[in-house]
Design a protein around this ligand. Structure first.
Ligand code: AMP
Ligand code: GLY
Length: 428
């Protein structure tokens, strides 16, 4: 493949993909970025194509038709469906793990067994596909207890149950296929861990990896981290929560054993490994593995990278050599997600969005659940609609810029948390 004047295809339609497309288009190696299917804001900025991300053949057809040099797969669903494996079989280079490696996210039961086998710290657990043994195991657990659908569930398949009754109901509901379909046909019952969460992103090429700045997401819909779990209502990076010394410790106890374990198990891991960490009083434990960039974490961590990421992504996809470290800007970044009121339950769609023309280099609007209507106006089309991103020399400055932008964007059901970063601001 050629590694200049490149044409890159980004697959996906969220804020993560908007950011990936922007990052790629800033690379001197890249001539053109196209996105499929994209969203309203992406379509105003990049050439987009309609596409069902769940159909590998459509991804291959588009990559061939547009003669792209490199494909970046954003979301977990096509990765777990083996999009990278299928593209590779057609001679098309793509960023992300192959089908087998993507099981680390696609099956929580698989990832828990992997963690246990390789002695990597995680919550104690049991995997079950039959109701009776699951109920028996539950009766031995202390409360609260965590019940998870093993398969993909868009962040909704995790229930923290404070009573045994609630947990029994969750297990039955999942195993019956009632609420989570096939994703719930196997469940993980897990010890509840207490602590603060951190998102650690790595770009991997087999056992080699390079770390990205550590970020913190805000999963709950309400201020003070209350209410229902969402895909993420805001994030910031870097965080004082994890010092350089702690990161080295986590690399030794978690990252290196994970990548060595994958290799020992015959799994060739390339692409992003996003490790959800719980920092407990007994050290850091793995809450989950994701095999793609986090959303909204991507929107804050990628722009903090000083150097061109495109060659790094290509090296990862080719199982080549990665730099041992990336140059990171001495800045902070924050994203505040503008959602539709009612999310993550039901919410209105189709509301016209008014957004300012941005001239500042210190803030950015990232599109997620938006589309164009017949009048070519940008309208809301999802729960998480936009992201307001701010940068600065300090997190306070980044926050002020992000929130200033939130006030300048209008749509009827606009809702956002006013306290993104609250834990970081209370750290001394
Ligand atoms: P997961 O998709 O497994 O990361 O779970 C989603 C969210 O549920 C996590 O970000 C945590 O906030 C929470 N969670 C998951 N597992 C546990 C656990 N064992 N203990 C406490 N909270 C958990
Ligand atoms: N922000 C959480 C995730 O991407 O899974």
């Amino acid at each position: 493949m050629k590694e200049e004047n490149m044409k890159i295809l980004v697959i996906g339609s969220g804020g993560r993909e908007h950011t990936l497309a922007k990052v790629c288009s800033n690379s001197p190696l890249v001539d053109k970025v196209i996105v499929a299917p994209g969203n309203g804001g992406i379509t105003k900025e990049f050439l987009t194509f309609p596409l069902d991300v769940e159909k590998n053949d459509q991804i291959v057809t588009l990559a061939k038709q547009e003669e792209v040099d490199f494909v970046i797969i954003g979301p977990e669903v096509p990765l777990c469906n083996g999009a990278v494996t299928t593209l590779a079989s057609e001679g098309i280079l793509a960023y992300g793990p192959n089908k087998e490696a993507a099981r680390l996210e696609g099956s929580k039961a698989f990832s828990k067994d992997f963690l246990a086998k390789h002695g990597i710290p995680t919550a104690s657990y049991g995997n079950f596909s039959e109701i009776q043994p699951a109920l028996e195991y539950l009766s031995t657990c202390s409360l609260p207890v965590v019940v998870k659908a093993s398969g993909l569930a868009a962040g909704k398949g995790v229930l923290i149950c404070s009573t045994l009754k609630e947990a029994e109901f969750a297990v039955q509901d999942m195993l019956d296929g009632a609420s989570f379909g096939d994703s719930g046909r196997e469940v993980v019952i897990e010890e509840f861990l207490e602590g603060e969460e951190a998102s650690l992103h790595l770009i991997c090429s087999g056992e080699n990896y390079v770390t990205l700045p550590i970020s913190q997401d805000h999963k709950k819909v309400g201020e003070g981290d209350t209410g229902l779990n969402t895909g993420g209502m805001g994030a910031y990076a870097p965080t004082k929560l994890v010092t350089d010394e702690m990161l080295i410790e986590y690399e030794n106890s978690i990252v290196i054993p994970t990548l060595k374990g994958l290799k020992a198990d015959g799994i060739d891991f390339r692409g992003t490994l996003y490790i959800g960490l719980m920092l407990t009083s007994n050290g850091a434990k793995v809450l989950e593995f994701n095999v793609r960039f986090g959303d909204p974490e991507t929107q804050v961590i990628l722009p903090l990278v000083q150097e061109d990421l495109v060659p790094v992504l290509i090296q990862s996809a080719k199982a080549g050599t990665l730099p041992s470290k990336l140059a990171i800007k001495n800045q902070s970044a924050m994203i505040v997600v503008l959602a539709s009121k009612g999310y993550p339950e039901s919410y209105p769609k189709g509301e016209v969005i008014q957004q300012p023309e941005l001239s500042s280099e210190d803030s950015q609007i990232i599109h997620a659940g938006t589309q164009l209507n017949e009048k070519q106006e940008i309208v809301s089309a999802g729960g998480r609609v936009l992201g307001a991103v701010g940068w600065g020399e300090s997190l306070e400055q980044a926050r002020d810029r992000a929130y200033e932008l939130c006030e300048k964007i209008h749509f009827t059901s606009k809702y956002f948390r006013k306290d993104i970063g609250h834990k970081e601001f209370s750290r001394t």
